[in-house]
Ligand binder design. Structure first.
Ligand code: UD1
Ligand code: MG
Length: 428
């Protein structure tokens, strides 16, 4: 971490290419809003002074971030990336003279690249540096224009590029370093000039500051930061899907390397923060949501859906068309066919029969259910929460256990509503 660095994240834009009511930075990559991914990476390089520029959907973004030490600046209306940086510099004056500026739609930043960029900027000594890269498909990105001597003289946006410029494959990645003392007066002048035109939709681009600085003989640099690497930004839903796929492949590779079998990676979707123990097998068409924990030697799927807040201990089998929501399954539990378990704690060795439902929602409230060790929950039964099924108890096929009913350990209940069967335990 570089504590002598201030950071500005630009996240005020309308994101109109997303065609969404949701601000672009709240769209999720594998269960995590993009803005969380960006702030997390960026705080690793300059965590002690971070300002987020918000505008479109600012309230929504602030709510999503919750309690945070990140400061925010409001850009309203949103009139371009230079205007956004200026809003941050004026509303939240940076603590440090060096500022890293990051576009908020770059969820795939890596710490090493950021660190190297900051170091190269400092050793180069320019007042404004842009991170650049040669990419296979430069379409849609600002092109780095150099003169015959190779000096960086401008960034030309896609819509302003002629055929020659369009062929340039060195692009602006949307990461910048600036020295506040030099850039603040420059941006004030440039933005007021750009926005003084009659067109209310006019924008002031941060990228234009390069040619302004070159004219004034101020030092600018385009620093190539990486070769052989794909750079992913999210401007539209295609970008979101592409970035999500890259993250998914990477996450699955980590799990595979850690000893998890994923039978068909292409039809399996696992969100970020999921932990899975070795020798667990994930069958096709399985979805595992953010933060779920799965132990060792489990079998999950095909067609299983493990939702947030779920913990699955070792040797558990969750079969086809089983949905598990905010539940804890202890070792050796079986729920092999067509079941729904919501807000349940299921004791070790318990068996959840085909089509059983643990109904956690009464239309207003959600309640919990506890199922004891080795309990046997019959096919097609419904346990309406709050529920308590004792250890070694049996719920007969098709029974409905009403809310609040306690099924004593070792007893058998059957029927609708479920009542105690006057005989020793039988397994159906
Ligand atoms: C921008 C760059 C382009 C670069 C690309 C890399 C400009 C003008 N162009 O284009 O050279 O190759 O990023 O990803 O900067 N934003 C605001 N306020 C605004 C407008 C935008 O905060 O008024 C924010 C957006 O929320 C976004 C970021 O700035 O996070 C970049 O804006 P975006 O519209 O995505 O710019 P690009 O077209 O991708
Ligand atoms: Mg963008």
């Amino acid at each position: 971490m570089d504590a002598s660095l201030s950071t500005i994240i630009l996240a005020a834009g309308r994101g109109s290419r997303m065609k969404s009511d949701l601000p672009k930075v709240l769209h999720q990559i594998l269960g995590i809003p993009m803005i969380e991914l960006v702030t997390e990476k960026v705080s690793q390089v300059g965590s002690d002074d971070l300002t987020l520029v918000l505008g479109h959907g600012a309230d929504q973004v602030q709510r999503a971030l919750g309690e945070t030490s990140i400061r925010s600046a409001i850009q309203d209306p949103q009139r371009g990336t230079a205007d956004a940086v200026l809003a941050a510099l004026l509303q939240q004056p940076p603590v440090h003279p060096d500022v890293l500026v990051v576009n908020g739609d770059l969820p795939d930043l890596d710490l090493e690249l950021l660190t190297r960029f900051v170091a190269d900027h400092r050793s180069g000594g320019a007042a404004f540096s842009v991170a650049s890269a040669r990419v296979a498909d430069p379409q849609g990105m600002g092109r780095i224009v150099r003169n015959d001597r190779g000096d960086f003289v401008a960034i030309v946006e896609q819509q302003d590029a002629d055929e020659d410029v369009g062929r340039i494959d060195e692009v602006n990645l949307g990461l910048y370093m600036l020295q506040v003392d030099t850039l603040l007066p420059l941006l004030e002048e440039m933005v007021s000039q750009d926005l003084s035109v009659a067109d209310p939709a006019a924008e002031s681009y941060l990228t234009r500051v390069v040619e302004v600085m070159v004219q004034k003989s101020l030092s600018v640099a385009a620093i190539p930061v990486a070769a052989d690497r794909q750079f992913l930004q999210v401007n539209d839903r295609r970008g979101l899907a592409r970035v999500s796929r890259v993250f998914q492949d990477r996450l699955q590779e980590q799990l595979l390397d850690a000893g998890v079998t994923i039978v068909d990676p292409l039809t399996t979707w696992i969100e970020l923060g999921v932990e899975i123990g070795s020798d667990t097998v994930i069958h096709p068409q399985t979805v595992i949501r953010r933060g779920v924990q799965v132990g060792r030697h489990c079998e999950i799927g095909p067609f299983a859906h493990l939702r947030g807040g779920t913990v699955i201990e070792d040797d558990v089998k969750v079969g086809d068309f089983v949905e598990i929501n905010r539940s804890h399954l202890e070792c050796g539990v079986r729920a092999k066919h067509l079941a729904y378990l919501g807000d349940a704690r299921v004791g070790s060795g318990a068996n959840i029969g085909a089509g059983a439902v643990i109904a956690n929602y009464d239309g207003t409230h959600k309640s919990s259910t506890v199922i004891g060790e080795r309990a046997f929950i019959g096919s097609g039964s419904v346990i309406v929460a709050p529920g308590e099924i004792g250890s070694d108890a049996v719920v007969g096929a098709g029974a409905v256990v009403p809310p609040g009913k306690i099924v004593e350990p070792g007893t058998v209940v059957i029927g609708v509503p479920a009542r105690k069967l006057n005989q020793n335990k039988t397994r159906s």
